[in-house]
Design a protein around this ligand. Structure first.
Ligand SMILES: *[C@@H]1O[C@H](CO)[C@@H](O)[C@H](O)[C@H]1NC(C)=O
Ligand SMILES: *[C@@H]1O[C@H](CO)[C@@H](O)[C@H](O)[C@H]1NC(C)=O
Length: 402
């Protein structure tokens, strides 16, 4: 009997000890392993909740602070345009407002981005040169489509002022170039790009319709110029070419007239002329204006002269770069050889079956970048924007001798 009680007591003790061990192990696991992970979840949970709350008003406001060549709303349709405008130009991100109305929000510091056009001097038409107060989260942007030769706002006073640049230069924060090349098949933007991936099947290109068209052309070069005496000395270059080959110069600096954009005027580029001289006013890094792109809408070869590496902007065999020739007679000899060989001449149109030219939408890029968390969180500004814009950006001397 006593032995039986002893055994029962032993079993009870053992059960109590086992229970205690199990409880403390459970307690240990709960406090050391499970609890922390529960609070990790809570941190993530709280973050998502907060993000949802702030995501309720993610709209970005962009203030056009200066005029754009005398136009206060930069040639937009209205003083203020919103998401409908960004949708109409098919932007990937559309929750932005562009305005020149400084009273749209409570104060200038409320705008997410403030745009300044630096091709013009700011002294006229502006009662207040720059905002008196500035919030550290605001992005001040220097916008410019003109080359350093035509930048009239003096940048030397703008140390530590601009956060982003919006220019045609490929090293800008937002690239504001004249046109783009898009691949027909994929719809992908191919150029401009530091190293675009072009197709290169121009070697074997042939096309009976174009061959006939090329054979019918009777004139050599054509150029349209309205601004004479440019920094690049393009007028002298054309004059030297004219001594060896016929070039008709239309516009203010030439002897012929043809209203820009008239149907007859653009038709003669395809029907009569072989070479379109798209010479830039200055020889600057990445500086290619609409002249080249516009001529590519017709069936005429653009002969380009500028400071850019054209391979970053246009397909191979779509233009002739004057700077790749040592002298004017070498250039003219090549143009004459093409004129005599229509099957070689038409190879310069091979790209039209693979690419198309589109307009650039810098405000799309700007809206997207303002919504991009990575870009927004980064503190960035140009210590010496004058150096960035002017230093080694342009050449005085062309590579071709003339
Ligand atoms: C020849 O070129 C024209 C103009 O680019 C194009 O419309 C046509 O399809 C081409 N023809 C052939 C057979 O590729
Ligand atoms: C913008 O530039 C200003 C002035 O240099 C600077 O104080 C500010 O932190 C910059 N803001 C951002 C978001 O980069």
């Amino acid at each position: 009997m006593i032995r039986k009680i002893k055994r029962t007591r032993f079993v009870v003790y053992l059960s109590i000890i086992t229970l205690a061990v199990v409880l403390s192990v459970t307690f240990f696991i709960h406090t050391q392993c499970l609890r922390p992970s529960i609070s990790y979840y809570r941190i993530l949970e709280e973050h998502i909740e907060m993000e949802r709350a702030t995501a309720e008003d993610p709209r970005k406001y962009i203030l056009l602070y200066t005029h754009f060549f005398g136009n206060s709303n930069w040639y937009l349709q209205a003083e203020t345009v919103g998401p409908d405008y960004f949708r109409s130009i098919q932007c990937p991100v559309t929750d932005c407002v562009l305005t020149n109305n400084r009273e749209l929000l409570g104060g200038i510091t409320e705008y997410d981005a403030v745009l300044f056009h630096i091709a013009e001097a700011w002294t006229y038409a502006l009662f207040e040169k720059v905002p008196k107060v500035r919030s550290p989260r605001q992005i001040y942007i220097a916008a410019n489509m003109e080359s350093p030769a035509h930048t009239k706002h003096l940048l030397q006073g703008d140390h530590d002022f601009f956060n982003w640049t919006m220019t045609y230069r490929l090293d800008s924060d937002i690239i504001w170039n004249y046109n783009n090349f898009v691949e027909l098949e994929s719809g992908r933007l191919i150029a401009p790009n530091e190293s675009p991936l072009w197709r290169s099947n121009w070697h074997t290109y042939t096309n009976a319709t174009l061959l006939e068209l090329a054979t019918r052309k009777s004139k050599m070069g054509v150029q349209f110029v309205s601004h004479c005496g440019a920094f690049s000395r393009r007028d002298e270059l054309v004059q030297q070419i004219q001594q060896l080959m016929e070039v008709d110069v239309y516009g203010k600096c030439g002897t012929m007239e043809c209203p820009r954009g008239s149907p007859r005027c653009s038709q003669m580029l395809t029907d009569d002329y072989r070479f379109y001289f798209a010479f830039e006013n200055s020889l600057c890094q990445d500086y290619i204006t609409e002249k080249m792109y516009n001529s590519m809408e017709s069936y005429i070869i653009p002969v380009v002269f500028g400071g850019a590496d054209y391979a970053k902007f246009a397909p191979p065999r779509s233009y002739i770069d004057v700077q790749q020739f040592g002298t004017v007679p070498e250039l003219v000899a090549y143009l004459e050889w093409l004129a005599e060989n229509p099957s070689e001449y038409i190879k310069y149109f091979w790209w039209k079956e693979h690419y198309r030219i589109t307009g650039d939408q810098p405000f799309c890029q700007l809206c997207r970048k303002l919504h991009d968390v990575g870009a927004r969180e980064r503190i960035q500004y140009y210590k010496d924007i004058k150096r960035w814009w002017f230093d080694s950006a342009c050449q005085r001397e062309a590579k071709i001798r003339f």
